[in-house]
Design a protein around this ligand. Structure first.
Ligand SMILES: [Zn+2]
Ligand SMILES: [Zn+2]
Length: 281
């Protein structure tokens, strides 16, 4: 198969270590045969809104055919977002201190989408909220967040389901292994529930290249199981998209290796949706 689209790319405007300039992206995407793509910088809270505004200004400067403007939002709690909206600051340990059943939210509104010309929204589960580093609690919590995204009216693409930030967990709890030794610890019933919601709500699910398929911290066995999971989602009618999640200064994604992995798993070009939203179906 050949990967021809990429709907998850960070620019230097993103609040994290992302470093790419838009002219670099446009030039190198062409060289790599990526025909359609979009940028998606991070919005965790309204504190990152100036980054998104900068990203939008730069996008408009270089806008070309088949180049789109998106955003990546994180699952947060209503409580933390309200605190920040009122001019406060979220305590550094808000994730640990939150209630496991806290109301979930994203910082993006319909007004922001209209004002900034955001064409599509990628949403990701980025951290545990209100649970200890314990398998059952984490699985329950990640599933709850993924379901929140699958049911949220503003989300188009659920990013990297079951991605787990290896640095975050190694720092907080080095002896802990999430589902990387054996992905089958996550019950199939959760995957079925997720797939149903995604199909029903016309969401796309991302095949994430940098953070999942080519993540150097994840064992090969996990990657194989993860590909089987994607195939299972596909068999349940879930539509898949590609997201490189590039954070580098160059668009140096090893698409060839990702293509080979997808080929071996039985995911082909016809299984990949080459637009970032199903909303207008
Ligand atoms: Zn993400
Ligand atoms: Zn990302």
């Amino acid at each position: 198969m050949k990967i021809r689209s990429d709907w998850h790319i960070h620019t230097h405007n993103s609040c994290d270590e992302a470093a790419m300039l838009i002219p670099t992206l446009i030039r190198q995407a062409k060289e790599k045969g990526i025909e359609k793509f979009g940028i998606t910088d991070h919005l965790h809270t309204i504190n990152e809104m100036p980054d998104i505004e900068a990203s939008r200004r730069e996008y408009l400067e270089y806008q070309t055919e088949n180049f789109h403007f998106g955003i990546e939002v994180s699952v947060m709690t209503t409580q933390v977002l309200e605190l920040i909206a009122q001019g406060g600051q979220a305590p550094a340990d808000w994730r640990e201190k939150s209630d496991e059943n806290a109301a979930l939210a994203i910082a993006l509104t319909k007004e922001d989408i209209d004002r900034l010309g955001i064409e599509y929204v990628v949403g990701g589960t980025h951290w545990p909220i209100g649970v200890p580093f314990e398998n059952q609690a984490l699985i329950r919590n990640y599933h709850r967040q993924n379901m929140f995204l699958a049911n949220h009216p503003l989300i188009d693409i659920v990013a990297h389901p079951w991605w787990f930030h290896s640095g975050y967990w190694k720092e907080n709890c080095p002896q802990y292994q999430p589902w990387f030794e054996d992905f089958s610890v996550i019950p199939k019933s959760l995957h079925n529930e997720f797939a149903s919601a995604v199909v029903e709500n016309k969401k796309l699910v991302e095949i994430n290249i940098s953070a999942m398929l080519l993540n150097p911290h994840y064992p090969e066995k996990f990657k194989k199981q993860y590909l089987e999971y994607l195939v299972e989602l596909k068999s349940q009618g879930v539509k898949l998209t590609i997201g490189s999640d590039c954070h580098n200064a160059d668009y140096n994604i090893d698409f060839n290796t990702a293509e080979r992995m997808l080929d071996e798993a039985g995911i082909n070009e016809n299984d990949i949706v080459d637009r970032p939203t199903l909303r207008r179906d």
